[in-house]
Write a protein that binds this ligand. Structure first.
Ligand code: ZN
Length: 227
């Protein structure tokens, strides 16, 4: 818990209590312990204008000023978000780029939506990214059936075509969550975009491991299979 001398809308100083300082700079996206500037307190308001604090990023390259927005009660405020957010993009490994040329593009459009609080569209966007990733991966393993794979429902594709048990477990859950994001009624109420993203990360790890193993076996085949 922290205290700050904040300026009241009538010009006086008040002491406001708040839970934490932002540990991520919204401009350079580095982990930071920010320098603290002035706080501004608005009496009678408990949304994100209740307490606003000016911070400065200590990173030598960045040094940008940003605002921490807090909401809560006059007794205690909680950090809600930091502004302004400079949009950033993700770059995926060469393996993932080779598996799916569209995945990175769809993922980053969803990521843009998430960073700009377009929370009604980022979930379905991530779900679409996941579908491209899984289907393109399966197509890369079975090009002859590409057209069938493209037409299938994602859940069916996973059930029918993913052999590795652990990959199946992960991708199935990702597909469930993803379905939920695009449907009107949500079944997995306690799961959100973060869980969907975690499952995408796990799927990526699996695909990378599988492709690396495939390459290793090509470079170093079993003794008995050597020509
Ligand atoms: Zn910064």
């Amino acid at each position: 818990m922290f205290n700050i001398q904040a300026i009241h809308q009538n010009g006086s100083n008040v002491v406001a209590k708040y839970d934490k300082r932002p540990d991520l700079c919204p401009v350079c996206h580095k982990q930071i312990t920010p320098n603290i500037g002035q706080g501004f307190y608005k009496e009678g308001v408990y949304d994100e204008t209740g307490l606003q604090i000016v911070f400065r990023c200590p990173s030598e390259k960045c040094q940008n000023i940003f605002l921490g927005l807090y909401s809560g009660t006059p007794q205690f405020f909680y950090l809600k978000k930091s502004l302004p957010v400079k949009n950033t993009t993700r770059q995926f490994s060469e393996i993932i780029q080779q598996v799916s040329s569209e995945f990175e593009k769809i993922y980053n459009q969803s990521y843009f939506a998430e960073q700009n609080e377009l929370d009604m569209v980022c979930g379905p966007g991530y779900r679409k990214a996941l579908e491209f990733l899984i289907k393109d991966y399966l197509i890369s393993k079975n090009i002859a059936e590409a057209e069938d794979i493209k037409k299938e429902f994602l859940g069916n594709t996973i059930e029918k075509r993913v052999d590795q048990q652990q990959l199946k477990i992960v991708t199935k859950r990702a597909a469930w969550l993803g379905n939920d994001e695009t449907h009107y009624e949500r079944k997995w109420v306690n799961k959100d975009v973060k869980d969907l993203k975690d499952l995408i990360e796990l799927t990526i790890r699996w695909i990378e491991a599988d492709k690396l193993t495939e390459k290793l076996l090509q470079d170093m085949p079993d003794e008995e299979k050597k020509p």
